[in-house]
Design a protein around this ligand. Structure first.
Ligand SMILES: [Zn+2]
Length: 308
């Protein structure tokens, strides 16, 4: 297999962050609700354009506004891929039955197809939690791939602690903890077991996991790539580069900062919003330049064809 890398971004609007942090309703200014749609998508496309790499954008049907729809249409015209991040982005989707899950996925695909003219072939679950019901819906709806598995040990532990603390002080986060089995999920692309998609099997839809450092399973995602000292990021990268496939996952919020109009409450909780977007974009450009030296950068759809 050729050494392939993908640069991907989840276009979660800031209201989803407010829900994760259990912020009271109305704390997020109305002007912040569509910042990802209005500002972050274009910044991502500019980043990819400058580095001359194709990107994969996972969009949420219900979050799309006119500006974002036009940006996604332009993205597709320029060789980027738009994947499905569901219609509602419900963190509790993992608790839902097949018909509910299938509807959320197909409705998301309908919204994206209406916006871009192309039906998505790739899927990423909200909150990284991937279930047998979601997998079955992907098979039935003839998806080419999923890219939801995030086998990051430190992230799992940190999330468990944060959720426990929020519980102690009586706050109810919208987010929830994944099954521990995700920690033993494969790090490289694989065919999942339809009954337990965190395990290898013979399922029809391939899974392209989000990259973690192979020894410590430290997540190599935008939040850390953008904010940790360069020395730390590139020493983690030296271990990652030994793997034949790299799936860098960013979020819209990685390309924003408080001067974009996030209001002051969210950046108190989501500290990476206090780092200037220009600094984060410069770091991402540096990381993508390194990735381009070591890999061929393609969309997830193209990578999935090679795995399949
Ligand atoms: Zn998301």
């Amino acid at each position: 297999m050729k050494r392939l890398a993908c640069v991907t971004i989840d276009l979660d609007g800031l209201s989803h962050y407010a829900a994760i942090h259990a912020m009271p309703e109305g704390t997020l200014p109305a002007s912040a609700e569509d910042l990802v749609d209005r500002v972050a998508i274009d910044r991502f496309l500019e980043l990819c354009g400058n580095q001359q790499v194709p990107g994969t954008l996972f969009a949420i049907g219900n979050d799309l506004r006119d500006h974002g729809k036009a940006s996604l249409r332009r993205a597709v015209e320029n060789g980027h891929e738009v994947g499905n991040h569901t219609f509602w982005h419900r963190y509790a989707l993992w608790q839902k039955g097949l018909s509910d899950v299938a509807t959320d996925i197909s409705r998301g695909a309908d919204a994206l197809e209406a916006a871009t003219g192309v039906r998505p072939r790739g899927f990423r679950a909200p909150g990284y939690t991937f279930t047998a019901e979601m997998y079955r819906a992907l098979v039935e709806q003839k998806y080419a791939y999923g890219s939801s598995v995030f086998p990051a040990a430190p992230y799992y532990v940190a999330k468990a602690v944060v959720l426990a603390l929020q519980n102690l002080v009586g706050r109810q986060s919208a987010s929830s903890l994944d099954r521990p089995r995700v920690l033993t999920a494969p790090l490289e692309p694989y065919r999942p077991d339809p009954a337990e998609p965190y395990r290898k099997g013979d399922g029809a839809v391939v899974e392209l996991p989000i990259t973690v450092e192979p020894l410590t399973r430290f997540p190599f995602i935008g939040t850390f790539v953008c904010t940790l000292p360069a020395m730390v990021v590139f020493s983690i990268y030296r271990n990652i580069v030994r793997q034949p496939f790299l799936n860098l996952e960013l979020h819209g919020a990685d390309l924003l900062d408080e001067s974009d109009g996030t209001g002051s409450a969210l950046p108190q909780l989501q500290r990476d919003l206090r780092v200037p977007a220009t600094d984060k974009l410069a770091r991402l450009a540096e990381v993508i330049r390194r990735i381009k030296q070591d890999y061929e950068v393609v969309t997830l759809l193209k990578a999935s064809a090679q795995v399949a």
